[in-house]
Design a protein around this ligand. Structure first.
Ligand code: ACM
Length: 263
């Protein structure tokens, strides 16, 4: 499976510019199976409060962002994952869509909101769904979600072979946690980050692909704009032997973990 990650700088609140740039990047991706964009790729990140975010979401409703991605996906026989600003009635979510070339769509809403995101978005309420990508299962996390170990394990136990992770990372912590979680759960992780600056925030790029043994197999630089191509073999995620005598799932001792539910 060939993956393309698009690392770029969305312009805050300029959704038609963002859509044009994204379509331009998509059309450069040749012979790939899956394209992964960053968090809030269509809107930018650092809204000046909830009213500003609502205004941007209203602007987006005329642009049919998801329909444009779906059209590209069907025409080019490619799966697409993108972070996007989702508005439902007057509620806003920091969401990620999974679009299949057959026209079907899956949605994930960021569960763990970072800092002032709590003043703008509702926390995700769709759980941790998995989606079929060929013979494999794909799960989604969004940026700061990575800091909560339970969700990685839940998706592993549900059978995820790859986790895609649209991000707007601003600290270095994910570069430690993501490889560790890939190793602990024995699956691929594809983190697609953005670059650039909004206000005082500098986004740190370095999109990466980690294999089921925790090795970083490909990465971009902190300032690079462009497309990162990686060939992955999600079948490797189905071997959960971590040593010749240890299986990641069979060696768990859930009865000893019961404190988790009381603390
Ligand atoms: C983040 O969750 N965008 C830091």
């Amino acid at each position: 499976m060939r993956v393309a990650q698009i690392q770029f700088e969305p312009k805050l609140g300029d959704c038609s510019y963002n859509l044009k740039r994204i379509i331009n990047f998509l059309s450069q991706c040749k012979d790939v199976d899956l394209i992964v964009l960053p968090e809030l790729a269509n809107s930018g990140y650092l809204f000046d409060g909830r009213d500003h975010a609502l205004e941007v979401a209203n602007q987006l409703s005329c642009l049919n962002y998801l329909d444009s991605l779906a059209e590209f996906s069907s025409a080019n026989d490619v799966f697409i994952v993108s972070g996007y600003l989702e508005k439902v009635d007057d509620k806003l979510y920091n969401s990620s869509v999974f679009i299949s070339p057959d026209g079907s769509r899956g949605n994930y809403r960021k569960i763990h909101l970072f800092m002032d995101e709590k003043k703008i978005f509702e926390p995700g309420n769709l759980g941790l769904p998995l989606f079929n990508i060929g013979n494999y299962k794909l799960g989604m996390l969004i940026c700061f979600d990575y800091l909560f170990p339970e969700i990685w394990r839940i998706m592993a136990l549900k059978g995820a072979d790859l986790i895609v992770h649209p991000s707007n990372l601003i600290t270095q912590n994910a570069y430690i946690v993501v490889p560790a979680q890939a190793l602990m759960n024995g699956y691929y992780v594809i983190t697609s980050n953005r670059i650039g600056r909004e206000g005082e925030i500098i986004f740190c790029g370095k999109s990466l692909v980690v294999d089921p043994r925790g090795n970083i197999v490909n990465t971009l630089g902190a300032l690079d704009e462009g497309i990162l191509y990686t060939d992955i073999d999600p079948k490797l995620s189905q071997n959960k032997m971590i040593t010749s005598g240890n299986h990641i799932f069979h060696d768990r001792r859930p009865k000893e973990y019961m404190d988790l539910y009381d603390l």
